[in-house]
Design a protein around this ligand. Structure first.
Ligand SMILES: Cc1cc2nc3c(=O)[nH]c(=O)nc-3n(C[C@H](O)[C@H](O)[C@H](O)COP(=O)(O)OP(=O)(O)OC[C@H]3O[C@@H](n4cnc5c(N)ncnc54)[C@H](O)[C@@H]3O)c2cc1C
Length: 400
């Protein structure tokens, strides 16, 4: 068995195939596994940083189970966390509240939302035929308090797109999953000690223990000739998969994510681990292992701005939002990470191009696709990547 691509999808496929007793070779073009989910040593801050703070939700059963199976460590955050509204990037505070991540009803109450909001949400959630961009399919929903306080931040974080442009069907599907997951579905989980320590290194160790041979710095440049005894899982980014299989459709457009990591000398005790921000540049401020990080999803418009400008705006927002911490005005050592092609773009056009793992019309029936951009019915997230890898492995095992 050949698996190409040692991102989360390739690691998940390799795990299922190796556990089923197959001999697996895993080719990866980069020097390390992990793909878009990776850590690196940064000499400026003197810390090992993640390319982006990755969050799992309680409603990500496949991802959390994958973490458990490989012996990884994601920690569930407390059920209450603070949220701050700003009047613009680097601006002043216009409101503070504490979000209670309990049941949907508790969540609605903690945000001051009422029955009308709940009905509007239920209308979207239960509409099996909704389609088009959210802003057109449900005009007015995003300008309600519900839209601003809950839906927009959720869609930005999970679908990485301006909420009005997001595919309404995918949003409705995500909301149904959250509702079915129950109160714990809303809880956030963070990688303990960073992505490499919490997930990638344990996954690679588990695969090696199962006899998987991982070949870093070894790209799959062309498909080997068909061999009935050897199936191939392509767990590659869309453009790389398309180069090898030009007849498949792949989503071309992508959305960016901005992360900025600050390493202050000292941080006071009792800082929140996660703080939601609306109205500013940051969507989230995270605090982990002495590092303060901001994350901005759907950050395409910020990609061309100079790193120093972004870092200064981000630091101003952190100081304002965490005023109680008395952080110094001088900016600490900082690393700006711009991921231009962080995920596929989840608009209706992009959704229509996501291929399934197996396509009967494909000239290479020995090749199966995986990757967060394939048609999982999920947003391009760790959950989607794990599900895609598991589906690809199941397709391989069915054909044996
Ligand atoms: C900044 C950022 C923040 C994010 N935050 C979150 C989050 O909070 N929560 C969440 O769930 N998700 C988040 N995501 C999304 C998540 O990282 C991805 O959904 C997931 O990592 C995708 O995994 P994948 O295996 O599908 O793809 P990839 O990670 O892209 O893996 C593909 C692999 O194929 C390799 N490759 C490419 N060409 C070849 C070739 N020819 N031969 C062999 N190998 C090749 C690549 O090097 C790569 O390792 C975030 C992503 C980014 C970038």
């Amino acid at each position: 068995m050949l698996v190409a691509g040692a991102g989360i999808a390739g690691l998940a496929a390799a795990l299922d195939l190796a556990e089923a007793g197959l001999t697996v070779e895993l080719l990866e073009t980069a020097p390390q596994a992990g793909g878009r989910c990776r850590s690196f040593y940064d000499p400026v801050t003197g810390h090992r940083l993640d390319n982006g703070t990755h969050v799992l939700l309680g409603a990500n059963p496949a991802a959390l189970d994958f973490v458990r199976r490989v012996g990884g460590r994601f920690r569930e955050l407390p059920a209450i966390y603070p949220a701050v509204a700003l009047d613009g990037p680097g601006g002043e505070i216009t409101g503070r509240h504490a979000i209670r991540l309990g049941s949907p009803v508790q969540l609605m109450r903690s945000l001051g939302l009422g029955a009308g909001d709940l009905l509007a949400l239920a209308g979207l959630l239960l509409d099996g035929r909704v389609n088009g961009p959210l802003g057109t399919a449900r005009p007015g929903l995003l300008s309600r308090k519900l839209g601003q306080a809950v839906l927009a931040p959720l869609v930005r974080a999970a679908l990485n797109i301006d909420p009005a442009a997001a595919d309404a069907r995918l949003v409705a599907r995500m909301l149904r999953r959250l509702a079915l997951a129950g109160p714990r579905g809303f809880r956030l989980h963070l990688a303990e000690g960073g992505l490499d320590a919490a997930l990638i290194a344990p996954a690679v160790a588990r695969l090696r223990a199962l006899g998987v041979r991982l070949y870093p710095t070894t790209p799959l440049d062309r498909l080997p000739p068909p061999d009935p005894d050897r199936m191939i899982v392509l767990a590659l980014p869309p453009a790389a998969a398309h180069r090898l299989l030009p007849n498949i459709t792949v989503p071309r457009a992508s959305s960016a994510i901005l992360n900025i990591h600050y390493a202050p000398d000292q941080l006071p005790a009792g800082m929140p681990e996660a703080l939601m921000v609306t109205g500013g540049m940051a969507d989230w401020i995270f605090h982990r292992d002495g590092i303060l990080s901001i994350t901005t999803s759907a950050a395409d418009a910020l990609m061309d701005r100079p790193a120093e400008v972004l870092a200064a705006t981000g630091w101003a927002e952190i100081r304002t939002c965490l005023a109680m911490a008395g952080l110094p005005a001088a900016m600490p050592p900082v690393r700006v990470v711009k991921e231009k092609r962080a995920t596929m773009r989840h608009d209706p056009g992009g959704e229509a191009l996501r291929p399934g793992p197996v396509d009967r019309t494909r000239p290479r029936p020995d090749v199966v696709l995986a990757g967060d951009w394939t048609a999982t019915g999920l947003p391009a997230t760790i959950e989607g990547a794990v599900v895609s890898g598991q589906r690809a492995a199941a397709a391989v095992l069915r054909r044996r």
